[in-house]
Design a protein. Structure first.
Length: 160
């Protein structure tokens, strides 16, 4: 197995255990992360995001497959089952991830998922009606950023 494929396997295995510290250790100090909800995270922010999600996801179940990597790039598919805390609704989020590596660590991580499918599950009727609109997506992104900033402040985690 390529060392970067092992790194991704270790990352997702830590996610299954909700071990955010081990997940954060897989990131390069200059790492960036983006998905449909969390946009433009950098440095310590990706690790803090996973810590927040692991702590809050009391019923979080993660599975992963199709891990592939070479010297520069990697990818994987992962599924998360959890209760969305804001609404109490059950979610199955199916995610395709892309990675770039530097110095044996993840330096760029981009997760892709169907925002409308997620919003229908997480937000119910509002997600069904508005989940395809940029307005709802931007609102969710703003709330995700606000939650992460508050979480990092409460934990004393510096943003840079």
């Amino acid at each position: 197995m390529h060392p970067h494929a092992q790194l991704l396997t270790d990352f997702y295995s830590a996610f299954q255990r909700r071990d955010a510290q081990a997940m954060a250790a897989c990131y390069h100090p200059e790492a960036t992360f983006t998905d449909e909800a969390f946009v433009g995270l950098h440095h310590r922010e990706p690790g803090a995001m996973w810590l927040m999600l692991c702590e809050r996801g009391k019923d979080l179940e993660v599975t992963f497959r199709d891990v592939q990597a070479d010297d520069q790039h990697g990818r994987a598919h992962w599924d998360a089952r959890y209760t969305f805390s804001t609404t109490g609704r059950k979610v199955l989020n199916r995610v395709d991830a892309e990675f770039e590596f530097r110095d044996g660590k993840i330096v760029r991580h981009r997760d892709h998922f169907d925002f409308w499918a997620w919003s229908r599950q997480a937000l119910g009727p509002a997600g069904l009606v508005l989940g395809w609109t940029p307005l709802l997506k931007k609102k969710v992104q703003a709330q995700a950023r606000k939650s992460l900033d508050a979480f990092m402040r409460a934990r004393g985690i510096p943003t840079v």
